[in-house]
Design a protein around this ligand. Structure first.
Ligand code: NAP
Length: 292
């Protein structure tokens, strides 16, 4: 059977995912194609109905449809059920299954770059959307001791942390990370005076917003010299926050590694085959104008 796969999202014309996934299909000897399907909410519902009727075998879902896609699925599995958002759709027996590979993709990239935090880490995640929530889930699994979720609208940060409260993690008000023994997930506003202190004490800072350095409440020089700085953006390259962090001697990574890892987890979900990492990595780097 020819595998037909889509990327569902809005404003996705520049996505490097088709290059990566088509290279992976070819390297694995799978006949098929992965194509962009730019759609609005109605178009998303049409695409999911077409998946259910067998017109295609799988899809990735990106901004702004991850939550809406979850609501259209017949069943959610794994992290998708925890996050209430999907980035991967698979079809089994006429049912559309929603999965989410973002948290495991983040973890895989962090481990590959040797940036995965040791238990007891204090982290600040900037942003409170789908990607930030997946990062918080991943960091909870890393047994981070304290996770601050900072957003320009504190109510969005609150909504993100409440998800972890209901999932069993404690949340409580601001306090110095070093003095907290329980695993806590704390909401903060970008304008919260405590944010600067938390950033200064963090062992890991993750930008999970589409905003660049100039729009973020981060002074790289005021971060801990040992802090790891990660930005989920991968364009424009070099990613300014990561470039500033590495220029000051800190370790960091942009979002290209996460894109690779979440994409290959999707590939494995659709095909049941091992991911052809090197072919996918080379195609992804070529698509953003770099060699591996
Ligand atoms: P999302 O659900 O729309 O959430 C975006 C978050 O960023 C929200 O908290 C939003 O705050 C905030 N934000 C937006 N513009 C901002 C600005 N100018 N200043 C400060 N905060 C701003 O999007 P998402 O899916 O979480 O994606 C977030 C970022 O991660 C995007 O850049 C996306 O490309 C990237 N991402 C990368 C990967 C990867 O594999 N590398 C995977 C997923 C996502 P408001 O609620 O106030 O708007």
């Amino acid at each position: 059977m020819t595998l037909r796969l889509w990327l569902l999202g809005a404003g996705i014309a520049q996505s490097p995912s088709p290059s990566m996934q088509n290279a992976a299909l070819a390297a694995a000897g799978v006949e098929g194609s992965y194509t962009l399907r730019d759609c609005d909410a109605a178009g998303l519902a049409e695409a999911v109905a077409e998946l259910r009727s067998g017109s295609a075998q799988g899809a990735n879902v990106t901004i702004p449809h991850k939550r809406a896609a979850a609501a259209l699925c017949d069943r959610l599995e794994g992290d998708a059920a925890l996050l209430g958002a999907v980035n991967t759709l698979a079809v089994e027996g006429g049912a559309v299954i929603g999965a989410n590979t973002d948290a495991l993709g983040f973890e895989g990239a962090m481990r590959e770059h040797r940036l995965w935090p040791a238990p007891g880490a204090a982290a600040v995640v900037l942003g409170a959307g789908g990607a930030a929530t997946a990062v918080v889930l991943a960091l909870s699994r890393a047994q981070a001791e304290w996770i601050g979720v900072a957003a320009r609208r504190v109510e969005r940060a609150q909504a993100c942390t409440e998800r972890f409260q209901s999932a069993g993690a404690a949340t409580r008000g601001a306090g110095p990370p070093a003095n907290q023994s329980a695993h806590v997930v704390v909401p903060l506003g970008f304008d919260d005076p405590a944010l600067r202190r938390h950033l200064g004490g963090a062992t890991l800072v993750v930008n999970a917003t589409p905003a660049g350095l100039a729009a973020l409440p981060v002074d790289v020089d005021a971060l801990d010299p040992e802090a790891v700085v990660v930005d989920l953006r991968y364009r424009p390259r070099p990613v300014d926050l990561v470039a500033a962090a590495t220029a000051s001697g800190r370790r960091g990574a942009d979002g290209l590694g996460m894109l690779l890892h979440q994409g290959m987890l999707s590939f494995q979900r659709w095909t049941g085959l091992p991911a052809p990492w090197e072919a996918a990595r080379a195609a992804l780097h070529a698509a953003v104008g770099e060699s591996v």
